[in-house]
Design a protein around this ligand. Structure first.
Ligand SMILES: [Zn+2]
Length: 490
């Protein structure tokens, strides 16, 4: 058993989806970035004499994020210069926030645990360095320079890579609900850094030496990199080494963290107030107005779905995982309610809603995952989806026919009744066609008929199998069984 326990804090950068960059009017559009240095101007390349103008949309986005995480919003805030030289920073400093960030303390609940948020501030992104293969030089691309970047810093409340991953995933979900960022890690919209230390059981949890782990570009690697770093530190200490305060990069090919440089401290950055941007004041009215602007967040939506539609927690979590999916579900439900009230659907509402949840969370999800598509791209409109659910709920087609119809709808869209008619998928239920099939099967299987008369239940199963085969599964099993029994025993 290990005598050492981990302490982890997170720093997460999120590129905001504003129309323009942070301090100039260049478009904030990564699509434009296919060619180097095409989306730049004199401000974001720091030409002499230019002045930054803060982007109010970016400030509002950070404040919305803060409100949704229960942060105290500063009424008095400012930007600061963070001085450091790096070739992808045109000014030789980054405009960031030091002691008066837009958002102060907040929290995020995951399950039964609450993780503290220290602060959320706003800064500008850097450019990018490219190192062409086979050369001994680097090229700099300033397209990304000046893109608004939100930085969220947490308290050291995490004790495992898994907790950190869940936190990052939930933050992504909130950013998407708020519409402030796609927060796609693979695309670099969201970048996570972990501060990892270990301490001896019984001692202060902050007594270990902090190592910063960077270059983590997927949720899976958040978990893996932290786990690796915890194990590395424990192993080092146990073999008598001293942990040094440093920055390490996650190398996903080697599945290891690699030492990059010793860590700077705040003093190294010589922060001072940005003289070109006046301090900002926010009124209570402004903050209240922002609060009213907040959309329903995933957690609230989940609780409402559980209450209103009687979904279980697991299903509710899947349905609210994306805002578009939750909207699709609710549109379908309102179509279904109308159809039930109009008497077009006979099945009880509870059964209908359950089917609507199940088909969305299993069948439709399966198609979406297979084709790597999003619910927003789907050809099945909620009205047609609701119609299909009604047809299935009322037993007008069986579940294998429903799969065929759904697949056709997924491919081409369209009306399920039309597809059922075109493909002749309606269930045979106590009609002449069913009777004709059963009569032929009974006539051709006299031995089984007399076996059943003599009490052999298996014979009935055999006859049912023949009926299902002959009707290609379209016979309603219950009524087919009753019809066979009646015909044999009468
Ligand atoms: Zn610019």
């Amino acid at each position: 058993m290990s005598k050492y326990l981990p302490t982890i804090g997170m720093e997460i950068h999120v590129e905001l989806k504003t129309k323009s960059k942070m301090f100039c009017s260049c478009k904030n559009d990564m699509e434009l970035d296919k060619e180097a240095n095409v989306n730049i101007c004199e401000v974001c390349t720091a030409q002499p004499g230019t002045l930054p103008v803060p982007n109010s949309e970016a400030i509002r986005f950070v404040q919305l994020a803060g409100l949704s995480l229960g942060c105290d919003l500063s009424k008095d805030s400012k930007f600061d210069r963070k001085n450091y030289f790096y070739p992808d920073i045109p000014k030789g400093y980054q405009i960031s926030q030091y002691d008066q960030p837009f958002c102060g303390k907040g929290e995020m609940k995951i399950g039964d645990k609450t993780f503290g948020i220290t602060r959320i501030h706003l800064e500008e992104d850097t450019g990018k360095l490219n190192h062409p293969k086979g050369t001994n030089y680097s090229l700099v691309d300033f397209n990304r320079a000046g893109v608004p970047l939100m930085e969220l810093v947490t308290e050291p409340d995490f004790v495992s890579g898994e907790e950190a991953r869940l936190f990052c995933q939930k933050l992504q979900q909130i950013c998407r609900y708020l519409g402030i960022s796609d927060a796609d890690m693979e695309k670099g919209h969201m970048r996570c850094e972990a501060n990892v230390s270990v301490y001896k059981e019984g001692e202060d949890k902050l007594s270990g030496t902090k190592v910063e782990v960077k270059n983590i570009n997927s949720f899976k690697f958040v978990e893996k990199a932290i786990k690796f770093e915890i194990d590395r530190q424990i192993e080092a200490i146990e073999s008598g080494e001293k942990i040094i305060q440093e920055t390490r990069g996650w190398d996903s090919n080697r599945n290891a963290t690699i030492s990059q440089r010793s860590k700077e401290t705040a003093a190294d950055y010589r922060y001072f107030p940005e003289p070109d941007i006046p301090p900002m004041l926010f009124t209570d009215e402004y903050i209240e107005e922002l609060r009213r602007e907040l959309p329903e967040l995933p957690e609230q939506k989940l609780q409402r779905f559980i209450g209103e539609y009687n979904v279980n927690e697991r299903d509710g979590e899947l349905l609210t995982s994306e805002r578009d999916l939750a909207n699709y579900f609710e549109q379908s439900i309102s179509e279904l309610q109308e159809k039930i009230q109009a008497g077009e659907i006979k099945a009880p509402q509870e059964k209908v809603f359950r089917l609507a949840v199940n088909y969305l969370n299993t069948e439709i999800r399966k198609h979406l995952v297979e084709r790597q598509e999003k619910i927003a791209d789907i050809k099945i409109v909620p009205e047609n989806y609701a119609e299909l659910i009604g047809i299935v709920a009322d037993g007008k087609i069986n579940s294998s026919a429903a799969q065929i119809v759904l697949e056709e709808m997924y491919e081409k869209g369209g009306d399920p009744s039309q597809i059922i008619e075109d493909k002749n998928l309606s269930q045979m239920d106590n009609n002449d066609e069913m009777e004709k099939v059963i009569d032929i099967i009974l006539a051709n299987n006299e031995a089984s008929v007399s076996d059943y008369k003599n009490g052999k239940e298996n014979a009935l199963k055999f006859l049912m199998g023949q009926v299902m085969k002959e009707t290609q599964g379209k016979a309603n099993p219950q009524s087919a069984m009753e019809m066979i029994k009646k015909k044999i025993l009468q």
